[in-house]
Write a protein that binds this ligand. Sequence first.
Ligand code: F3S
Length: 394
Amino acid sequence: MYLSREEESIYQGERGETLRRMMEILVALGDIYGAEKLVPVRSVQIAGVSYKNIGEAGLEWISDLQGQVVVPSILNPAGMDLCRWKEMGVEEEFALKQQQTIEAYRRLGVTIDCTCTPYQIYQGPTSLAGRGDHLAWSESSAVSYANSVIGARTNREGGPSALAAALVGKTALYGYHLDENRLPSHLVEVEADLRGSDYGALGFLVGRSVKDGVPFFRLKNQQPSGDELKALGAAMAASGSVALYYVENATPEPPAAWQPKETIRLGRKEIDEVYAKYPVAGADAVALGCPHCSGQELEKIAGLLQGKKVQKELWICTARKIAEAHPHLVATIEESGARVFCDTCMVVSPATERFSRMMTSSGKALAYLPGLAGVQAGLGSLEECIDVALGRRQ
Ligand code: F3S
């Protein structure tokens, strides 16, 4: 891989041991994937934040690094709400380790926003991603949204390679950074009227079928909202490993003419089969906000809970900046007994493990809860989830 004189000097250790190690990671990845060179990134989103996932070895690795990030860099959800971890039921010992992890990132100049929806909290002039920008983001749903809805370019970085990109300010030019890897592989024709959680159910099905392909969706007279596209991409990234998709007339177009290798046709029957296979019955808790809730989603939830009391634990996960921007919605939600937790989510927090069956409106949580949290999952619409939490249905 070609390195400029400055990159070469970092590689040789002339700018210190941390940068040398970080450059070594970037060059190793570039060599494996045949990158021609490094390319500057606009922003970085770093995975490897929940102590549940990184453990002591990860904490030591991050703590050992020196220096400062050189591009705007934020974090993936942590294993707990950084302020209200006790209310989540997180153990003190875990909380201490989680705080040490956060401090290690803070020391490196990383901004302590722990969210999978950076595009919801940084918009306009503070935006972290625009069309055509190269990024180094980690969390699979954020990667999918950045590539597909924003039209930026990022591979799905691991924690170490994202941190390396943050400290060096560059990433290796391969994979989804290149036009040739951004062409659709599958045409997906959907003959159904879709709404809300249907997009998660659809993504759950398509991800399993196309795996790491690039689906191009042709929907029936539909104009999905940003939140619906967020849910679609998140589910495909979890049930498969889709990092880029297109929706006709709703997302940026593919970079060139293309021919699908395969056409998939789906309708209401297949989508309803997902709900039937993962029923809501027997849930002892309900979790919403995977990916993290937007302000509009908080508003919908607040409307459904206003003046009512929940009978089961109901968690709503969001970014701290979104919660802080909507204090009245958070207050309305919490008056019902539900909890709005920030910085974390039902999948990466160890607090979820005390439940046996969780209900969710998210295709991604449906795919991940059993394997990553050891909790059975049921899928329903937002309204059904709220009804279960309110005890209106079992
Ligand atoms: Fe975000 Fe956690 Fe879901 S990181 S996409 S809320 S699994």
